[in-house]
Design a protein around this ligand. Structure first.
Ligand code: UDX
Length: 443
């Protein structure tokens, strides 16, 4: 079947490559010239394990263009996967979705199904519908459906090939049939709902997961205050199948392009609808406090932070991605810079991306924030070089590369043998036996 996808971020590109792999003829639309050029040259513009290989394998069924007109002509189903970044108010910025809807409208010449793939507030499909109707030729037929995506960065292909569920939020049997045809080769539980429910499912799922993380982080603080161990506690509660063992890893708090933005958006939408979702506001507060608690640990251990040299392992918000959006490392760096510490940082993938970003013009808020944060920070390309002559090593992303480093080599290189681990990667007893002052989260 022919499918068009507007927007080639994580969701759009992974979906496009996946559909091509399932045999569909896919046209992806991207308006960023630099990104489009890379894609047309067969290159994935970000780091995601396995995606480059899969894209190369399916190149005969995958084309890239900057023309929405071409996208509308190409397929009956047009997926919209453009960004909805957070505004300063916490609400998602719907500018890109609106612009795409207006443009699609202009070129409609017969029935099309417009499918929301981006995470959007409930009632967005109604707004898209109104917008298209306003700008489309009179009487032209179209529908709007929602097909939320649940993939995680770093594990995107695994999640996309083996989803826990597929959700179709559809306005009609006709729309359901089109989506069923596209997804016919997937084996996952299918949930068919109305469009509003599908939109809510995505925000409610992400907010619930964020809530689980904040809950375990709050319990980790209680463990620290009481002498309990969060790893044991998380295992003890997670084995209860009603709770589940996933997403109970205590750490420096959640980050990334989804959880912070989606919880914010869900709180805002709820307020607009007339419900005060105070529970989720507390989830946000706990996440914020978690970073503060981590910084307090650094200050308590080092005593004076000014003029100390601090090494960081991990700049991306999670392993197996070079994405630094809302990465806890950024807040930690900014706070330590305010205290006049000298920062050196190593990350297996994000350093390369950080170097690229430092050379770019400040095209958006995220780029500008990153450029400011990384100013005067030493970016290193080796996990061992970065610890030379430092007073302290912080672990902020749990990359597999950091699983079992040569601590003897590291000890020789460090000025003070202090490791503060925001991801609970190491055994506290072993670290102390090795001669380190070692602090982690909730144990
Ligand atoms: C998330 C959702 O999982 C996914 O379904 C949705 O489509 C997009 O948002 P992603 O942001 O890529 O995916 O990563 P995820 O693995 O969910 O981690 C998000 C954040 O939570 C990371 O900062 C991670 O470090 C943190 N986290 C996760 C914890 O601190 N503890 C955990 O137990 C799990």
């Amino acid at each position: 079947m022919k499918v068009s996808i507007v927007g080639t971020g994580y969701v759009g590109l992974v979906t496009g490559v996946l559909f091509a792999d399932k045999g569909h003829d896919v046209l992806c639309i991207e308006n960023n010239r630099h990104k489009l050029q890379k894609l047309q040259n067969g290159q994935v513009p970000f780091y995601e394990p396995g995606l480059q290989e899969l894209m190369t394998k399916n190149k005969s069924r995958l084309r890239f263009s900057d023309s929405i007109e071409e996208g509308v002509k190409h397929a009956k189903a047009i997926f919209v996967a453009v960004g909805t970044p957070a505004l300063a108010s916490g609400e998602p910025d719907m500018t890109y979705i609106e612009r795409v809807a207006m443009e699609i409208a202009q070129y409609l010449d017969g029935y099309r199904l417009i499918v929301e793939k981006s995470t959007v507030p409930v009632h967005t499909s109604e707004k898209i519908h109104e917008t298209i109707k306003r700008f489309a030729p009179q009487g032209v037929e179209f529908e709007v459906a929602s097909n939320p995506e649940f993939l995680r960065e770093g594990q995107a292909l695994e999640d996309a090939f083996n989803p826990d569920r597929i959700v179709f939020g559809v306005p009609s049997v006709k729309a359901e049939k089109i989506l069923s045809e596209i997804y016919k080769d997937f084996s996952a539980p299918l949930i068919v709902t109305n469009v509003n429910s599908a939109e809510i499912i995505k925000h409610a799922a992400n907010s619930f997961l964020a809530m689980k993380i904040s809950y375990i982080n709050a319990v980790a603080s209680i463990c620290e205050l009481s002498g309990a161990n969060i790893e044991e506690v998380a295992k003890g509660i997670g084995l209860d199948r009603r709770i589940g063992e996933h997403f109970l890893r205590a750490g420096v708090g959640y980050g990334g392009s989804c959880f912070p933005k989606d919880v914010d958006a869900f709180v805002n939408i709820s307020r607009e609808l007339g419900y005060d979702f105070a529970l989720l506001e507390e989830v946000q507060k706990i996440n914020h406090r978690q970073k503060k608690r981590f910084l307090k640990k650094i200050k308590e251990t080092l005593w004076v932070v000014k003029n100390k040299t601090i090494a960081i392992w991990g700049l991306s918000f999670k392993p197996n991605t070079d994405d630094m959006r809302e990465a806890p490392a950024l807040d930690v760096i900014n706070e330590l810079k305010r205290e006049q510490a000298k920062i050196k940082i190593y990350d297996p993938q994000a350093i390369q991306k950080a170097n690229e970003i430092l050379q770019m013009p400040a095209i958006d808020n995220h780029t500008q924030h990153l450029q400011q944060t990384l100013q005067d920070v030493e970016l290193c390309s080796c996990a061992y070089d970065v610890v030379t002559d430092v007073d302290c090593l912080l672990i902020l992303t749990e990359w597999a590369e950091f699983d079992s480093p040569d601590w003897e080599v590291i000890k020789q290189k460090m000025k003070q043998k202090i490791v503060i681990d925001g991801r609970n990667m190491y055994d506290p007893k072993k670290m102390e036996q090795l001669g380190f002052i070692y602090k982690s989260v909730g144990r």
